[in-house]
Design a protein around this ligand. Structure first.
Ligand code: AMP
Ligand code: ZN
Length: 464
């Protein structure tokens, strides 16, 4: 089924066509590793994960590149405050970032290039821009001349006449009111600032140039899809386009996909507002990371999503019910197997398959895809005798290639006899009021992947 994606360049849904049949080059802006990622950042990475999973589900081979920003204003500031070298400082957060990805079932990109390892490539682009009359040097720093790049502002729909020209901005992040010539290369100011030699003064690159250098190095001058959060449209993505197209004279990325924000009380979750939560905070409150993944799937990626603990708990509950369904299917006795020519069964199966494919191909409409699954679960529950549980299970596991909710790991509700025995031993200790031993056995059950609830009629063992 052709995939339609909303292209920020045209502000329309367009049928996705790759440059090379069957392959997709995808670049997504990565983290600045100066702190733990917050769940707003992770929402964007979850949307990008869904994007690549949908493309893969449709048969494409996806090459995704995500940069790791290991040098920028904030890193220099915070490493200095922590009394650490930049390298030492970013390492911890880089490791934590990959842990978060793993816990959220986010598939790994093809490459995670680091800014500090691509300085020569960045210098190469800056030299080309100077040659093309689009950049100029001032006291050892180099700036991009937005006046000389006619397309400047096309992505973010800036009014070109309002552009201030000749004024310069050194900060990496700035708002639309501050549209000015931005820094490509920053001359070194402080003695303890990390720096590299260059045809200009010794210094370091601006933030925007790193994405131009690393995307084009690994994906070519023109590639298929560029992704990130909406806050990056201006100035970051706008500047990436200006630098790349200004240097090569070719179109940079065919599609720009921008994910909406995670909000808290109606405001963007962000470090500067002090309203962030990390995945670690969620886990500390006993929420499994995949409950957050489910929560993110309940909103379309182009709709803002307001985070509340209640909505997270509701997502967790829904996910648990889906796991319950998977357990039921796994445990269903073989005699429930139905012949494939039972028309109501094939009808329901075909319907959910079609609905799921239609939803994900329509600009990654995951809420609709989930709704299709839920209506299938209801149809199954209403008339289980009509369904072949094994075929239903296969279908659900196939959907999970896109959802990534970990259905494969969910085992049937049949409790192994060894586990059942442990639970009974624990019950015996409890009767003897030997709480230490009882707790010890509970921990062993937990380690084996089971929880035990103390119901009135005795212990009830459940897979975690
Ligand atoms: P940063 O580490 O701040 O450069 O951001 C990494 C990614 O997270 C970028 O793609 C941002 O657009 C995205 N991002 C930042 N804040 C939010 C938020 N509240 N909701 C969703 N995405 C965000
Ligand atoms: Zn970027």
């Amino acid at each position: 089924m052709p995939i339609k994606l909303h292209n920020a360049l045209s502000r329309k849904k367009e049928v996705f066509k790759p440059l090379v049949a069957g392959r997709v080059g995808l670049y997504t802006c990565g983290p600045t590793v100066y702190n733990f990622a917050h769940i707003g950042n992770l929402r964007t990475h979850l949307f990008e994960d869904i994007l690549r999973r949908v493309l893969k589900y449709d048969g494409y081979r996806v090459r995704q590149v995500m940069n790791i920003t290991d040098i920028d204003d904030k890193i220099i500031r915070d490493a200095r405050a922590a009394g650490k070298s930049i390298f030492e400082f970013v390492k911890e957060y880089e490791t934590a970032f990959f842990e978060d990805l793993t816990r959220l079932n986010i598939q790994r990109a093809w490459k995670y290039p680091k800014a500090t390892e691509h300085i020569p490539e960045m210098i190469g682009i800056i030299k080309k821009l100077i040659k093309n009359g689009l950049a100029y040097e001032v006291e050892g720093s180099v700036y991009f001349s937005i006046r000389n790049f006619k397309k400047y502002g096309a992505l973010s729909r800036l009014n070109a006449r309002k552009l201030k020209t000749g004024d310069r901005v050194d900060r990496d992040e700035y708002a639309k009111d501050d549209v000015q010539d931005f820094a490509l290369w920053k001359a070194k100011h402080d003695a303890d600032e990390p720096s590299w030699s260059s045809p200009w003064d010794e210094g370091r690159p601006g933030w925007h140039i790193e994405c131009s250098a690393m995307s084009m190095k690994y994906l070519g001058k023109t590639f298929d899809i560029h992704g990130g959060g909406v806050d990056l449209i201006f100035p970051h993505h706008e500047n990436e386009i200006a630098q790349s197209e200004g240097a090569t004279g070719k179109k940079f990325a065919n599609f720009f996909l921008e994910g909406e924000h995670l909000l808290v009380d109606g405001r963007k979750m962000s470090k500067s507002l002090g309203n962030t939560h990390t995945l670690r905070d969620l886990v500390a409150q006993n929420h499994p990371p995949l409950a957050y993944r489910y929560l993110v799937l309940t909103a379309h990626y182009r709709s803002p999503l307001n985070f509340t603990w209640e909505s997270l708990a509701a997502a967790e509950h829904s996910l648990e019910r889906l796991y319950e369904f998977v357990r039921e299917l796994r445990a269903a006795p073989p005699q429930q197997k139905k012949s494939r020519n039972d028309t109501s069964f094939t009808g329901a199966l075909l319907r959910v398959k079609k609905q799921f494919a239609a939803a994900i191909s329509d600009d990654l409409d995951m809420p609709r895809a989930l709704a299709a699954i839920w209506s299938f679960v209801r149809a199954y529950r209403k008339n289980p005798e009509r369904f072949d549980p094994h075929v239903a299970l296969k279908l659900i596991l196939d959907f999970d290639r896109v959802l990534g909710l970990g259905f494969k790991r969910i085992q049937s509700t049949v409790i192994p006899t060894g586990i059942q025995k442990l639970a009974e031993e624990r019950e015996e200790y409890r009767r003897q009021k030997n709480w230490v031993k009882a707790d010890e056995l509970r921990d062993r059950l937990l380690a084996a992947g089971f929880t035990v609830e103390d119901a009135v009629d005795g212990p009830r063992v459940k897979p975690r």
